[in-house]
Design a binder for this molecule. Structure first.
Ligand code: 5GP
Length: 346
């Protein structure tokens, strides 16, 4: 047994220090980023926020709404081949730049992926997603997927440490998804004791990825636009959101009415709800590692998107970053023992 004594930080442990700025208005801030990916050599331009590949977030409807703002959706993995074909036959031109097809690492997953991709050659992004990105089987799956699809952009995760980011990039991934345990409906830290505070995970993994020319996605733990800004400030190239995009018309999940108030169901992809829905129950040898909650219904996602983008633009003006790309260079985090004043919060 070993103990690492240097403290690891989460979003709640820091704030961003304001800096002198010549920017007059938030409207001057450009949130677009352009990336060239390490292994596929593809390029991408857009606002680097991603809807999570959860079936109560990353739906086809969400992708259509977010694409209007050049925001990306990792589509959840439970759509059938027929549903994919139907969606892509109707979606507007350019959608392939703003969606990823998600897959697990089982033989059936690989078969379905091959089928969808063979029938929809314009799909560009593959998101290989497992709860624990530290297994040899996962690394082999990433390598095989790269060999099969040399031109596709491969997202792989989740991991939280630099050495595994490097291993996945060297195995053929382009973008590494970072986060174990911070998610709003995740219970991994409670069930297993495993995890890594998200801000430190971003800082360390971004450093490793950027050293090799790769990118990272900060996945999980953002509860406010300020957290999204902190994730970018820490060095995330993309920020993936689950709970912040749940509860909308486009989010999927059941609409529930209770005493005249509306809610939407939102659940973790390893929750008992998800496992019952998709694989017929929780297998005996495992525990569910996700919650099922009801979140207040919030109408169309556009208002939430504007709130998030407005918040990040404002962060950029506070530190004098005219482009999102400059935010991390202009970020100094201060360690804090307080966040917002909650006196009037319910
Ligand atoms: P959020 O933005 O809601 O804080 O986090 C979203 C992320 O939580 C997802 O992208 C995914 O990485 C993670 N997640 C989703 N469902 C589960 C689950 O059931 N268990 C765990 N451990 N993580 C989950």
């Amino acid at each position: 047994m070993r103990i690492e004594y240097d403290i690891k930080l989460g979003f709640k442990d820091v704030m961003i220090r304001p800096k002198r700025s010549t920017l007059k208005s938030r409207a001057q801030v450009n949130l677009d980023r352009e990336f060239k990916f390490l292994n596929s050599k593809a390029t991408w331009r857009g606002v680097p926020i991603m809807a999570a590949n959860m079936d109560t977030v990353g739906t086809f409807e969400m992708a259509m709404a977010l694409m209007e703002h050049c925001i990306f959706t990792a589509i959840h993995k439970h759509y059938s081949v027929a549903e994919w074909n139907h969606f892509l036959s109707k979606a507007p031109k350019g959608i392939e730049n703003f969606i990823a097809i998600s897959t697990g690492t089982g033989a059936k997953d690989a078969e379905k992926l091959a089928e969808v991709l063979s029938q929809n050659k314009n799909l560009k992004f593959i998101c290989i997603d497992v709860a624990n990105g530290y297994s040899e089987h996962f690394v082999n799956f990433v390598q095989n997927t790269r060999n099969l699809y040399p031109d596709k952009v491969i997202i792989a995760g989740n991991v939280v440490t630099g050495e595994m980011v490097e291993e996945l990039l060297l195995s053929g991934a382009d973008i590494i998804k970072v986060g174990i345990g911070p998610g709003s409906v995740c219970t991994t830290r409670v069930k297993t004791g495993v995890g890594y505070p998200q801000l430190s995970a971003i800082i360390e993994c971004a450093d490793a990825a950027h050293g090799l020319g790769g990118q990272i996605i900060s996945d999980g733990g953002c509860a406010t636009p300020g957290d999204v800004a902190k994730a970018f400030g820490a060095g995330a190239d993309f920020v993936m959101l689950g709970g912040m995009l749940a509860g909308h018309d486009e989010s999927g999940g059941e609409l529930i009415e209770k005493n005249g108030e509306k809610f939407k169901q939102f659940y973790g992809m390893s929750s008992a709800t998800a496992m019952e829905k998709h694989v017929g129950g929780v297998a005996e040898y495992r525990a569910s590692e996700g919650k099922t909650v009801e979140v207040p219904y919030r109408g169309k996602v556009i208002q939430t998107v504007q709130d998030i983008l407005g918040g990040i633009r404002s962060t950029c003006t506070y530190v004098g970053a005219q482009r999102l790309k400059e935010l991390t260079k202009r970020t100094t985090f201060i360690r804090v023992a307080e966040q917002e004043n909650r006196i009037y919060n319910k």
